[in-house]
Design a protein around this ligand. Sequence first.
Ligand SMILES: Cc1cc2nc3c(=O)[nH]c(=O)nc-3n(C[C@H](O)[C@H](O)[C@H](O)COP(=O)(O)OP(=O)(O)OC[C@H]3O[C@@H](n4cnc5c(N)ncnc54)[C@H](O)[C@@H]3O)c2cc1C
Length: 473
Amino acid sequence: MKTALLWFRRDLRVHDHPALRAAAAEFERLVAVFVLDDALLHGRFPSASRTRFLLGCLHALDHELRERGSALVVRHGTPERELVALAGEAGARTVLWTSDVGPYARARDGRVVEALREAGVEARPSGGNYVVDISKPRTKGGKPYSVFSPFWRSWLEMERRDVLRAPRTLPPLPSKVHRGRLPGGVGELGIDEGGLVGEPLVEPGEAAARRAVARWLDGGVEHYADRQDAMGRRGTSCLSPYLRWGCLSPRELEERARGRGGEGAGAWVRQLCWREFYAHVLLMWPSNARQEFQERYRDLEWDSDPELLAAWQRGETGYPIVDAGMRQLAATGWMHNRARLAVGSFLTKDLHLDWREGEAWFERLLLDGEPAQNNGNWQWIASVGTDPAPFFRRMYNPTLQGQRFDPTGEYVRRWVPELRGVSDEHLFEPWKLSEAQQREAGVRIGGDYPEPVVDHKAERERAMERYRRASDR
Ligand SMILES: Cc1cc2nc3c(=O)[nH]c(=O)nc-3n(C[C@H](O)[C@H](O)[C@H](O)COP(=O)(O)OP(=O)(O)OC[C@H]3O[C@@H](n4cnc5c(N)ncnc54)[C@H](O)[C@@H]3O)c2cc1C
């Protein structure tokens, strides 16, 4: 009896899943398995909310697998040990999976390949997490890409595989395999439930993801080019948590969006390509996970100020657009991209705090938090990464950002309720309200809502000086 394991990691779907399709076609028995790995659950970037989302996705995947005559097997331990043991238990000679790009994932997969080889089991990684094979793009000079626009042009020309349907049925589990149990909640994994966000952005799992895609393609995407930066409206897809966990295939999304056509779909596909770009970057430069891509900024001076960091984390900086973003993150596990840029610029260039502090805080709360995207974007906004531009081009004025991208104040009023009564004119500079205006707006600046923790204009100058010094070295 030909038996295989399919090791699920962050490809938690049955539609357009190359490894699953191959397993269904070639094998008579199949063990679909997820390994709960403490190195990820409790490692460098633990997250109660993301783990809860993961568990939800796994329950949904188990349901999809059962509908097709299979079920999800669960193990808890190091993948190299658990997979070898399970292959032995099931009599499997092959393990299939979808390859990944982060340094931890690649080191882990290397260990798994080695352990399987020693046990005489074939390891078969394949693509599926990206639209194209992101290990392939090279510049004319034969180098990996470190600038987005030429990457995008080359990406557009690359070969695509066909989008695959979900298998109608799956080979059964070998009868002797013990299924294991999916935890019902993060508490069972020793994770503090106090860290959970209260109103998660989206419901976990592939079925919910596919409903969200249908809604997005039927309504939102056509307006994307005009609305993607409007923080107060739901102008973006909010599909990032699903892409992060592979509940959706980016290849299928690209195909379906292209099928809709139009400017909005074109602009949206370009955003999907940013995701591929940062995956390519981390795959090619794994050391970016810990240090700046640009060598000259590796000894940039950062301040250490726990109080300012805490004010930023809590959304109490006195700059409404920054505070709205940070509070949206804490409440929902997601933040609008424009707000991510504003809070990132503020942390690094107004507070002069290390971008790695921001990266870690985002990883703790984001449902879509993942090494390639989070790191790539943090390095971008800190002006230390790939796709470089002069540092002063990415120093955002939080007042102007608010006025420009939240002109009606909907976003700020939603997330910073203390400021609901403030007029549009003063909403992004509440410290300018007179005593009488504060009374009228029902807010006391310095009481109900903080005074600005720093002066943007002065800090901008200090940041310019620091970056200039580092650039000149
Ligand atoms: C400081 C900072 C940190 C970030 N950290 C993450 C992260 O950990 N995980 C993550 O998925 N995104 C991250 N982003 C990128 C971006 O903010 C989110 O992908 C986006 O807000 C998700 O919302 P959406 O699904 O509605 O996006 P849409 O606007 O609908 O875009 C569709 C998809 O394209 C991809 N995408 C869009 N913008 C970007 C981008 N700038 N970089 C990479 N991919 C993009 C996402 O997969 C997204 O779901 C970060 C951005 C910044 C500035």
